[in-house]
Design a protein around this ligand. Structure first.
Ligand SMILES: *[C@@H]1O[C@H](CO)[C@@H](O)[C@H](O)[C@H]1NC(C)=O
Ligand SMILES: *[C@@H]1O[C@H](CO)[C@@H](O)[C@H](O)[C@H]1NC(C)=O
Ligand SMILES: *[C@@H]1O[C@H](CO)[C@@H](O)[C@H](O)[C@H]1NC(C)=O
Ligand SMILES: *[C@@H]1O[C@H](CO)[C@@H](O)[C@H](O)[C@H]1NC(C)=O
Ligand SMILES: *[C@@H]1O[C@H](CO)[C@@H](O)[C@H](O)[C@H]1NC(C)=O
Length: 783
C-alpha cells in the first residue's frame, strides 16, 4: 500500500472527458478495489481465475495468493515459494540480476484436478513446478509442500521476462516458450499426462524467433479426437523474402491426439501447421498499413464452443507512425486457411507460391477420429513417411486469415499510450447485441469501447464509453479478465493486474452518466438504460417495460421526448461563473464536454445579443475550452459553451469574462492601501463581503459565502500564478481581516471604484465607435 500511495492521481491529467475516472474516484464509489499483497508490492506474474470455486489465484515473485471472491468477502491466503535451496546463489553466480531474475517468478497457474492446481515458476533460472492443494468448492484451502517440486523445464521459460503461453487440457500441458537457459530453443511442447512428451523440431521453418501470446484448445466438433490446440504468436516471416526481419502474426495448431511418427518425427509434432493472421487498413495510395505485431488475444466464447470469436490487438510501431488495431477472426475463416493450399518455395531462387503438387494422404495437419478408425491408422505413428516428410517441409499455409469484414473493428493511431490487453463482453441491449471491449493500456488505464456498424456500410464508428484509470501510477497492465460470479446477483467484474497488484472493477456504473434521460441515452452504454427515473443497469427481458436506450444512434430526442428533455432542472448543468483576465495577457475559459463524442460551440452575449465567438489565431477553441492568447477589452461578455451530440444540444457553462486593465493586478500586489477595481466586484452579489477571501477566516461566514470567496480566490491565483500565492494571502489578510483597515479601505475603495468607472465609461464610448467595422455597416445596410 505504501508503494502505491507514493504517487498520486495528479500524475496524469484527465485526457478528454468526464468519463475519465481516476483511481481515487473508482475506489471511493466502490467501483473498484485493489489487492496489492500482504507486503506492499505483489510483482504479479501469473493469474488464474477459477470460476467454479469463485477464487482468484495469483502468482508473483516468490509468492502465491488465493483470493476468495464474493460480494462481501475478500479473504486472502498466501504461500511463500522461493527457489530451491542454493538455486538463488547459483543464479547470481552466473551474473543474473538478484532482484529481477534470481527469484522464483510464478509464470503458470492451471487447474490440475478437482483438488489441486499446477503452479510453475522460474525458480531462479531453474524452472520448477508444484501441486497446490486448493480444496473443494466452498472451502478455502491453500497449501503446498515447497520441497515436493518437479522439474519445470519445458513448462515455463527460465527467464521471467520471456514471452510464454500455455493451456492445460485432458491432464496434459501445452506450452509455447523458449525452453533452455539461453532462451534460444523456441518450441511448442506437450508434457505431463500418460503420453510421451511432444515437441516441435528445432527448425526456423517451424518457429523463427517466436513470441507466444496465447494458447487455447478449441474443438472441431463433438468428437474429442478432433480437438485442436491453437497457438497465437508472432515470428520472423521467412516468406516475406527481401524484407529482412519482417514480423508476421500467426495462428498455429496441433492436433491433440498427435503422438508423432515412428521412424521420422519421433516424439515430434506431425500435425503442426500455421497461417498468417492479417490485420490491415487500406491506405490512400493502395498500399495497406499492416498491423503485424500481436499484443493480445481474447477468445469470446459463445454457446457454440467450436466457434468462439477471436479478438486480437495488433500494433505497428515505426519512426513515423505508431498505430494499434483490434481485429476479429471467425474460426471458420481460420479453418478454411488450414484446409487451403500449403505455401511452397521450389528453391532458393524461386518465389513463394501455393503448393500445386499432390498432397499426400492423410493430409498433414489433420488427424480425425474418422481417419484413425476407417483409414486403418492406429495413430499418427502409422502415417506413411511421405506424410511426415511433407508435414515437416510445409508447415505454412499459403492463404492468410483475414478478419471479419476484412478490416479492423477499431484503429487508434498516434495516441500517447499503447494498447496491450483486451477482454470482450457480449451484452444484450434493447436494440441488439453489442461487444463491449475493455482495452488495457501501458499507462494503467482501461478503455471501454464499442464499435458500431452504421447500416449496411463497412464503416465502423467507435464509441469510447469510459476511460478508467485503475491504478494510481502509470503501470503497464499485465492482464485483464472478466468474470461472472456465481452468486445470486451474478455480479460481473473485471480483474485487472499490474505489477502493483490486482484490481476488481465493476463493468458499469450507470448512475454516473447523469440524472436525465437524455444524458443516459447519450452515454450509449449498452449496460445502462433510462428506467423512467434514473440511469440504471439494463436487464434484457425484464418485466419493466419502461426502458429507454438507443445504443446505435444515441438519439435522446427520440427516446426521451416525454422525459423532461427540456426540463431545466435536469439538463441545464450550467454554473454561472466569473472569470477575470488581464488586458493584453492570455486567459482561458474552461468547458469540457461530458462525452468525447460531443462537439463544442461558443456563443458570446453582449447587451442581450448572442453571437457565435469568432475564432482566429488569437481566440482558439481547444479540447478543454476557449483560449484567448491575448485579451482585449472588447472581449468582455458572457460566454456560453454548448455541446452538441446527435442533434442534442446542452449548455455546459456560462462564464462572465471581465477584462482587468493591465495595471489593476500590479496595484493589487504592490500597494497595500490600493483599492480594488470594479471588475472584481461580484455582480450577482453586489457586495464586497460575499467574496472577500477572509470571510472564510471570520466566524459566521455561511458556506455559500465561503465557496464564493474560494472561487474568487482561485480566479486570482489563476491570474497571477501560484508563485505569488504567499503575497496574495498576506495581502488579503491585511486587506480584509483587519476591521480598522477594512473601514479605511472601504472609503478608498469607493474612490478608486468611481475613478475606474469614469475611465471605463470613457473607454467604452470610444471603443463603441471604433468597433463599427465595415461588416457592421454592411449589416446595417441589409447585406
Ligand atoms: C462503499 O462500501 C462501503 C463498505 O461496504 C460503504 O460503507 C460505503 O457507503 C460504500 N460507498 C458508496 C459510495 O457506495
Ligand atoms: C490431484 O492431484 C494431486 C497431485 O498429483 C493428488 O495428490 C491428488 O490426490 C489429486 N486429487 C484428485 C481428486 O484426484
Ligand atoms: C418533469 O419535471 C417536473 C419538474 O421537475 C416533474 O414535476 C415531472 O414529474 C417530470 N415529469 C416526468 C415525466 O418525469
Ligand atoms: C502579463 O504578461 C506578462 C508577460 O507574459 C507578464 O510579465 C505579466 O506579469 C502579466 N501581467 C499580469 C497582470 O498578469
Ligand atoms: C495593450 O496593448 C496595446 C497595443 O499594444 C497598448 O496600446 C495598450 O496600452 C496595452 N494595454 C495595457 C494595459 O498594457
Amino acid at each position: 500500500a505504501a508503494f502505491i500511495s507514493a504517487c498520486n492521481d495528479a500524475f496524469r491529467m484527465p485526457l478528454l472527458n468526464r468519463f475519465f475516472l481516476l483511481s481515487a474516484d473508482l475506489l471511493s464509489t466502490n467501483r473498484s478495489s485493489i489487492f496489492s499483497g500482504h507486503h506492499g508490492q505483489l510483482s504479479l506474474t501469473a493469474v488464474f481465475l477459477d470460476e467454479y470455486r469463485d477464487r482468484l489465484f495469483l502468482g508473483g515473485k516468490d509468492v502465491l495468493y488465493s483470493l476468495l471472491l464474493g460480494p462481501t468477502s475478500s479473504e486472502s491466503r498466501e504461500i511463500y515459494w522461493p527457489p530451491l535451496p542454493g538455486n538463488r546463489e547459483d543464479c547470481i553466480q552466473t551474473g543474473k540480476e538478484p532482484q529481477t531474475e534470481c527469484a522464483n517468478f510464478v509464470r503458470l497457474l492451471q487447474p490440475y484436478n478437482r483438488t489441486h492446481l499446477l503452479a510453475c515458476g522460474t525458480g531462479a533460472f531453474q524452472p520448477m513446478c508444484a501441486f497446490i492443494s486448493v480444496g473443494h468448492r466452498g472451502e478455502h484451502v491453500f497449501t503446498m509442500d515447497p520441497l515436493n517440486v518437479e522439474n519445470g523445464r519445458g513448462k515455463v521459460p527460465h527467464d521471467p521476462s520471456f514471452p510464454f503461453a500455455s493451456t492445460f487440457s485432458g491432464g496434459e500441458l501445452y506450452t509455447g516458450l523458449t525452453a533452455d537457459f539461453l532462451g534460444r530453443d523456441s518450441v511448442i511442447f506437450r508434457s505431463m499426462g500418460e503420453r510421451s512428451t511432444m515437441r516441435t523440431e528445432t527448425d526456423q521453418k517451424l518457429l523463427h524467433d517466436p513470441k507466444f501470446i496465447a494458447a487455447h484448445l478449441i474443438p472441431d466438433n463433438d468428437d474429442r479426437d478432433n480437438d485442436k490446440v491453437y497457438f497465437f504468436f508472432t515470428e520472423k516471416a521467412t516468406e516475406a523474402g527481401d524484407r529482412e526481419g519482417a514480423i508476421h502474426t500467426r495462428v498455429g495448431r496441433v492436433c491433440a491426439n498427435d503422438v508423432g511418427g515412428q521412424r521420422v518425427l519421433v516424439n515430434k509434432w506431425s500435425t503442426f501447421i500455421k497461417a498468417r493472421l492479417v490485420c490491415s487498413v487500406a491506405g490512400p495510395h493502395g498500399i495497406d498499413t499492416h498491423f503485424n505485431q500481436l499484443e493480445d488475444v481474447f477468445l469470446l466464447r459463445t454457446k457454440d464452443e467450436r466457434n468462439p470469436d477471436v479478438y486480437a490487438i495488433f500494433s505497428t510501431i515505426s519512426n513515423v507512425f505508431q498505430g494499434f488495431a483490434v481485429c476479429v477472426y471467425r474460426m471458420a475463416d481460420i479453418r478454411e486457411a488450414f484446409n487451403g493450399p500449403f505455401a511452397h518455395k521450389e528453391g532458393p531462387d524461386y518465389q513463394w507460391g501455393a503448393y500445386e503438387g499432390r498432397v499426400p494422404y492423410p493430409r498433414p495437419g489433420v488427424v480425425s477420429h474418422c481417419l484413425l478408425t476407417t483409414g486403418g491408422f492406429g495413430s499418427t505413428k502409422d502415417f506413411p513417411d511421405s506424410v511426415l516428410q511433407f508435414a515437416r517441409s510445409h508447415p505454412l499455409m499459403w492463404r492468410p486469415v483475414f478478419p471479419a469484414l476484412r478490416q479492423p473493428v477499431l484503429v487508434k493511431a498516434n495516441i500517447p499510450y499503447k494498447l496491450k490487453q483486451i477482454v470482450v463482453d457480449r451484452v444484450e441491449a434493447e436494440d441488439g447485441q453489442y461487444d463491449v471491449m475493455f482495452i488495457g493500456t501501458d499507462v494503467g488505464t482501461i478503455l471501454k469501447v464499442i464499435a458500431l456498424h452504421s447500416g449496411n456500410s463497412l464503416e465502423t464508428e467507435e464509441v469510447t464509453l469510459e476511460e478508467l484509470q485503475v491504478f494510481k501510477c502509470e503501470y503497464k497492465l499485465l492482464f485483464i479478465m472478466s468474470h461472472v460470479l456465481f452468486n445470486a446477483s451474478k455480479q460481473q467484474a473485471l480483474y485487472v493486474g499490474s505489477p502493483a497488484g490486482v484490481a476488481q472493477v465493476k463493468l458499469h456504473r450507470c448512475e454516473m452518466y447523469g440524472k436525465a434521460c437524455a444524458e443516459c441515452c447519450l452515454a450509449r452504454d449498452p449496460y445502462c438504460a433510462w428506467d423512467g427515473s434514473s440511469c440504471s443497469r439494463y436487464v434484457p427481458n425484464s418485466k419493466r417495460r419502461f426502458r429507454r436506450q438507443d445504443i446505435r444512434h444515441g438519439n435522446p430526442a427520440l427516446q426521451c421526448v416525454d422525459q423532461n428533455l427540456s426540463g431545466k432542472d435536469y439538463l441545464d448543468v450550467t454554473e454561472d461563473k466569473m472569470v477575470y483576465g488581464t488586458e493584453n495577457n492570455s486567459t482561458f475559459l474552461e468547458c469540457v464536454p461530458r462525452s468525447p463524442q460531443a462537439s463544442v460551440s461558443w456563443l458570446v452575449q453582449r447587451d442581450d445579443r448572442k453571437e457565435e465567438v469568432k475564432l482566429d489565431d488569437r481566440v482558439m477553441s481547444t479540447d478543454q475550452g476557449l483560449l484567448f492568447r491575448r485579451l482585449f477589452h472588447q472581449d468582455e461578455g458572457i460566454y456560453i459553451c454548448h455541446s452538441r451530440e446527435h442533434g442534442f444540444t446542452q449548455t455546459l457553462a456560462r462564464l462572465t469574462l471581465q477584462v482587468l486593465p493591465g495595471e489593476t493586478v500590479d496595484e493589487l500586489m504592490a500597494r497595500d492601501n490600493a483599492g480594488l477595481s470594479d471588475s472584481f466586484k461580484d455582480r450577482s452579489g453586489g457586495n464586497y463581503r460575499a467574496w472577500m477571501p477572509c470571510s472564510s477566516y471570520s466566524r459566521g461566514a455561511s458556506s455559500s459565502q465561503m465557496s464564493q470567496s474560494r472561487s474568487w480566490f482561485k480566479d486570482v491565483i489563476q491570474l497571477i500564478g501560484p508563485s505569488n500565492l504567499p503575497l496574495v494571502e498576506d495581502y488579503c489578510e491585511r486587506m480584509w481581516c483587519n476591521d480598522k483597515l477594512r473601514r479605511k479601505h472601504k472609503s478608498m475603495l469607493e474612490k478608486y471604484r468611481q475613478a475606474q468607472e469614469g475611465a471605463r465609461k470613457a473607454r467604452s464610448k470610444s471603443s463603441g465607435e471604433r468597433n463599427r467595422t465595415p461588416r457592421d455597416l454592411r449589416a446595417q445596410e441589409g447585406y
